[in-house]
Design a protein around this ligand. Structure first.
Ligand code: FMN
Ligand code: SF4
Length: 436
């Protein structure tokens, strides 16, 4: 899935990808593995959090929340046990980077978890992996066994007094279980439906205890931050957008794949130089920049430095880093329908705006696609999606509404053309008789 390194890539967390036995602890130890943990053991929790804050590392799971700040919310004086939870559900359509990080470098993730445990004073952690990624669970379990055998997990790690146990836990393959509070419910053995917040996981997470929950890529980046120093990591990116990001580029480019580039890397360069341009010499039509929930961009909008703030300026999202590139032949109505089929299927059904909204959007988009759409449908889709925004129990409703609004606003002419193409001529009863 990952390609040979491109000269424009800056491989920080994927630098061990492609090494022989890259998943093994021997390869890891021979290539700066567990060096950051040893540093962390010498540092105070406050110093670790300060380094993370300086690095301006932002969560790689979707929302882009600053990681140092998130870890600082864990209450020190709470007597309950604390937990580290890795979100390896990787549910967002278009996203496939976390699985590569586990497949190629599981010890980097373990080291990130250990540093988190050291920071918050935690003795147990869980890696919640999507059930469909069965092979990853085997890779991860093997790496965990190696870490125990080498004294990097378990009691009194490397004589530091730190005790930490880390386990894998299988999900059953539901998009909603990637949402942090639903993930915690699922991890507790319950149905994976979201919790009302506040309280947030930092205060009441797993088993109502303080919990640091982050994406795989976020945890995997932490060792590099401590090894390089927060400022050196931050300097790779742009202000407030530190470091690098794994981008999973799919769709109509010549070289789809997962690439690690600095934050602020130009989107145009990504498509035309790193990914080799649009296949078959076609023109670029649109890009969904950060997984299926991020609003689409038209071709003429696809030349900006990709960092969290610039995505927001473009009224879209960095999201999970799943960049889907579409050529001039792409049928946007079909893309909208396919997207909504996914959300209607994955809605947990708990709240009405999401359950009914996604179902109706799917129905209306289906009739548009099948040629039986009505003129009023375009505004109806737009209005319905806008009415879902901010009115659902968890962000899945927004995740369904935002791209739909984007498709209609950015490609209205395609929805209209679809109506013109498919308008059934009005036939009078007399004509019908003459036809029969
Ligand atoms: C419906 C839904 C699905 C999500 N799926 C994932 C996922 O598969 N992986 C992930 O890391 N975050 C996912 N998130 C975001 C998480 O709720 C959470 O913000 C994230 O794991 C926090 O980690 P970070 O701070 O490192 O980004 C999802 C959110 C929603 C609303
Ligand atoms: S928005 Fe509501 S129905 Fe949709 S997944 Fe979240 S809780 Fe379930």
């Amino acid at each position: 899935m990952f390609n040979d390194p491109h000269p424009d890539e800056v491989r920080v967390i994927s630098k061990r990808f492609g090494l022989p036995n890259s998943a093994s602890i021997d390869t890891y130890l021979a290539n700066e593995g567990y060096v950051a943990l040893m540093k962390a053991i010498e540092m105070s929790p406050e110093q670790i959090i300060d380094e993370l804050k300086i690095s301006s590392l932002r969560g790689r799971g979707g929302a882009g929340f600053p990681t140092g700040m998130k870890w600082s919310f864990i209450p020190r004086d709470n007597p309950k046990p604390k937990y580290v939870v890795v979100n390896a559900d990787e549910s967002e359509p278009g996203t496939c980077k976390d699985r590569l990080l586990i497949e190629n470098d599981p010890h980097q993730l373990i080291e990130g978890c250990l540093i988190a445990a050291r920071t918050i004073g935690c003795k147990k952690g869980y890696i919640y992996i999507r059930g469909e990624y069965r092979y990853l669970i085997d890779i991860m379990d093997k790496a965990l066994a190696e870490a125990y055998a080498h004294g990097y997990l378990g009691k009194n790690i490397k004589g530091s007094g730190l005790d930490f146990d880390l386990y894998t836990h299988t999900g059953a393959g539901a998009y909603e279980c990637g949402e942090e509070s639903a993930l915690l419910e699922s991890l507790e053995g319950k149905r994976g439906v979201p919790r009302i917040r506040p309280p947030f996981p930092a205060v009441a997470g797993l088993y109502a205890s303080p919990t640091v929950l982050n994406n795989v890529e976020t945890f995997a980046t932490v060792p590099a931050v401590l090894r390089m120093g927060g400022q050196a990591y931050a300097d790779l990116g742009t202000p407030k957008n530190g470091g690098t990001r794994m981008l999973c580029v799919s769709g109509h480019v010549n070289r789809p794949g997962v690439y690690e580039v600095p934050l602020g890397f130009p989107m145009h360069k990504m498509i035309y130089e790193v990914c080799g341009g649009i296949r078959n010499g076609k023109k670029l039509k649109a890009v969904i920049p950060g997984g299926s929930s991020s609003p689409v961009l038209r071709a003429e909008e696809c030349d900006f430095p990709m960092d969290y703030d610039n995505y927001a300026r473009m009224k879209t999202m960095a999201g999970s880093g799943g960049m889907m590139v579409m050529d001039e032949d792409t049928d946007i109505v079909k893309v909208a329908l396919r997207t909504m089929r996914f959300y209607a299927h994955e809605s947990c059904g708990w709240c009405i705006p999401c359950r009914e909204g996604t179902t109706w959007l799917r129905k209306i988009l289906t009739r548009m696609d099948e040629g039986t759409g009505r003129r009023a449908d375009i505004d109806l889709i737009h209005e319905l999606a806008k009415n879902m925004l901010g009115r659902t129990f968890c962000p899945l409703g927004d995740a369904a509404a935002m791209p739909t609004i984007g498709f209609v606003e950015k490609f209205r002419e395609e929805f209209e053309a679809r109506l013109r193409e498919t308008t059934v001529p009005v036939v009078s009863p007399d004509q019908l008789i003459s036809i029969s």
